[in-house]
Design a protein around this ligand. Structure first.
Ligand code: 13P
Ligand code: SF4
Length: 329
């Protein structure tokens, strides 16, 4: 084990010895991809430079399918921890690495397996449906998983008289509850990025662009979803913009999505929904997603660290609700 590997294990982060300017990261990453038979899977919220290096860019559901079917030896997950962990659960014999092991998610943090197990005791007749934005331990005590692109379909697949615990996103849960009229108890978690939008600022933008369509991710708050013309996952939002006859859109989700969206519709006007407080940009950014940098992507591929590990018993149990979801989707 060399100095870098030792430090990563001891310190929990990658010491960056190589400085910007000395190394052509893009060229090196491409080289490492071939040398190591690696696949780079990136979420739409990643930095554009990382998205452009990826073999596949997608939403949580699309990334899960790709992780499960890949023939690559090394899965490099440019996303957040729960996504890389889901990849490992789906394809446990592969090595899965994440550029920054601390790239978490406020939703996953809002629901521990211990708390969910206690909550379940209060509702013994309910089945547990969890959003994929959770830890492997939480998935291991869930009956079904959903992503934002299939939540409606998965809930519809459950018998009508079956009550449901839905965790951890109260906004996605409330939206599905409203759409389906189902008997659902909601966990009280939220995404810090999608709860940061300012309605006042958004309406001011709309006044300036009255022909724009407001579109939103279902992790957004109910008052925003109510005025949105379309609600959907990141992949759903991109598809809507592509197929809609409209030319202007106000997009209420993490701003990284605009990179792929603009590539798909170069002539359309895309306006990021404004956040309540933001001094650097008029949008909402996920600080966790942005922890992955080009430099960290390079060191992560070079040293194959930090590696995502999941306990075998947890992996086997957590696979069941994810596989049920994939089979229904
Ligand atoms: P998608 O599944 O729509 O890509 O959403 C993932 C996510 O974390 C949204 O904040
Ligand atoms: Fe989690 Fe929200 Fe970031 Fe998505 S945008 S990874 S839900 S904190």
């Amino acid at each position: 084990m060399d100095f870098a590997e030792e430090s990563i294990k001891e310190l929990g982060y990658i010491p960056v010895k190589e400085s910007v300017g000395e190394i052509d990261y893009v060229a090196e990453i491409k080289k490492l991809k071939t040398e190591k038979n690696a696949v780079i899977l990136a979420h739409y919220y990643q930095d554009p430079v990382i998205q452009d290096l990826a073999d596949y860019v997608g939403d949580s559901l699309g990334l899960s399918y790709k992780a499960q079917e890949t023939e690559a030896d090394l899965i490099v997950f440019a996303g957040v921890h729960f996504m890389a962990e889901t990849a490992k659960i789906l394809n446990p014999t592969k090595k899965v690495v994440l550029p920054d092991v601390n790239a978490g998610c406020s939703l996953a943090d809002a629901c521990s397996a211990e708390d969910l197990a206690e909550f379940k005791k209060k509702y013994p007749d309910h089945i547990v449906i969890t959003y994929v934005n959770t830890s492997a331990e939480v998935k291991a005590i869930s009956d079904l998983c959903v992503t934002s692109s299939n939540a409606r379909k998965i809930v519809d697949s459950v018998p009508l008289d079956q009550p449901i615990i839905f965790a951890p996103d109260r906004n996605l849960g409330a939206w599905i509850q409203k759409e389906t009229g189902r008997d659902m108890v909601l966990w009280d978690g939220a995404c810090v990025v999608h709860e940061a939008f300012s309605m006042d600022k958004l309406l001011a933008v709309y006044k300036e662009h009255p022909k724009a369509r407001i579109i939103a991710h279902p992790e957004s708050e109910a008052h925003l979803l109510k005025i949105a013309e379309y609600v959907g996952s990141t992949a759903g939002l991109i598809n809507y913009v592509k197929t809609s006859p409209a030319n202007e859109f106000i997009v209420a989700t993490e701003v990284g999505i605009l990179h792929e969206m603009q590539k798909e519709v170069p002539h359309k006007i895309l306006i990021p929904a404004p956040a309540k407080e933001n001094n650097t940009c008029a949008c909402s950014e996920c600080a966790y997603m942005k922890m992955n940098t080009l430099q960290k992507l390079y060191t992560c591929m070079k040293y194959e660290l930090p590696e995502i590990q999941v306990d075998k018993a947890i992996q086997e149990r957590a696979l069941l609700p994810i596989q049920r979801m994939l089979d229904i989707s």
